[in-house]
Design a binder for this molecule. Structure first.
Ligand SMILES: [Zn+2]
Ligand SMILES: [Zn+2]
Length: 312
């Protein structure tokens, strides 16, 4: 019903990825179930669901431990939108096959808008994971966000909603900074190291120099989450990090484990993910519009109820 590019898709479209095109893109969407296999009991045709970006079985030791991005029942890196661990297609397709549907799919809570929540497959739920557990452990923390797109803006929204006393959002794009200010964040065009300025840092730029500056801003025993795809190598200030006692977490997101928590926050009314949606575009215009540089376009299908015959 509604699909949107992840921040990494713009890097892939710009040729910075590591997989040779062509392949099916897209790993963020809210979909309507059109048909289910015999063993499926948790969802039924007609249901609106969030489809997680990574494919996972829900039943292996890793999945049971919440490490859903590292499921051992499927090839390593099995995901939509990039044929790294097998070919599963992309979520910009008209129809998508979802294996392990009972474990994979998360029904969209009533009242949530599929357009606003198209990113719950990845970026919205990732943003929750980047900051919510750390703010729970450090109530009222100061949060630094160094970013280039939707992930960082979602983090600003979530951090303020969950009680961060201060949020600084750093991004060269003025329209992104304006949105961050609407979420209650202070903003800056470029990052300057503020020693011991922040308890939590989130880096989502894919640039190692920005990650290095972010960790230099941390208070003793502070934590930095890196959500950028670092396609290029670089150096980190390891001695500074040693002296400060920094924790750096660099991880693909086990998104299925916390999509429900991220949706609960979205339904609470304390956040406004719909503000990050920059354009709502007709599904048929997707191929032409996707390469254009937009913050967070959402491509929307007309809702015909999606019976199997009408959808095909
Ligand atoms: Zn992604
Ligand atoms: Zn598994």
């Amino acid at each position: 019903m509604a699909a949107t590019p992840c921040d990494v898709d713009s890097a892939i479209l710009a040729g910075h990825g590591f997989i040779e095109p062509p392949f099916a893109l897209g790993h963020e969407c809210v979909a309507r179930v059109v048909e289910t296999g015999d063993a499926v009991t948790a969802v039924a045709p007609g249901d609106l669901v969030v489809v997680p970006w990574s494919v996972n079985c829900g039943d292996c030791d890793r999945c049971r431990a919440g490490l859903t991005a590292h499921c051992t029942a499927v090839p390593y890196m099995a995901m939509y939108g990039a044929p790294i661990g097998g070919t599963w297609g992309g979520l910009f397709s008209d129809l998508v096959r979802v294996p392990y549907a009972d474990a994979m799919l998360v029904p969209l809570p009533t009242g949530l808008d599929p357009v606003a929540m198209a990113s719950a497959s990845d970026n919205w739920s990732l943003a929750w994971r980047l900051v919510a557990p750390h703010l729970k452990a450090r109530p009222g923390a100061r949060v630094l966000v160094v970013a280039r797109g939707s992930i960082g803006l979602y983090v600003c929204d979530i951090a303020r909603a969950l009680g961060a006393c201060e949020v600084l959002y750093v991004d060269p794009a003025p329209e992104h900074r304006e949105l961050a200010r609407a979420f209650g964040a202070a903003t800056a065009e470029t990052l300057e190291a503020v020693p011991q300025g922040f308890d939590i840092a989130v880096e989502a730029t894919g640039r190692v120099d920005q990650l290095g500056l972010a960790v230099k801003c941390l208070t003793p025993e502070g934590i930095c989450e890196s959500a950028g795809n670092h396609f290029r190598p670089g150096e980190l200030p390891l001695l500074d990090m040693y002296l400060t006692g920094v924790t750096l977490r660099v991880a693909r997101d086990n998104v299925r484990a916390h999509i429900p928590d991220a949706l609960t926050l979205a339904a609470s009314g304390k956040v406004a993910p719909e503000r990050v949606v920059s354009h709502v575009i007709d599904w048929e215009d997707l191929p032409a519009a996707l390469p254009e540089k937009h913050l967070k376009p959402v491509f929307v299908r007309a809702d015909d109820g999606c019976s199997p015959t009408s959808a095909t």
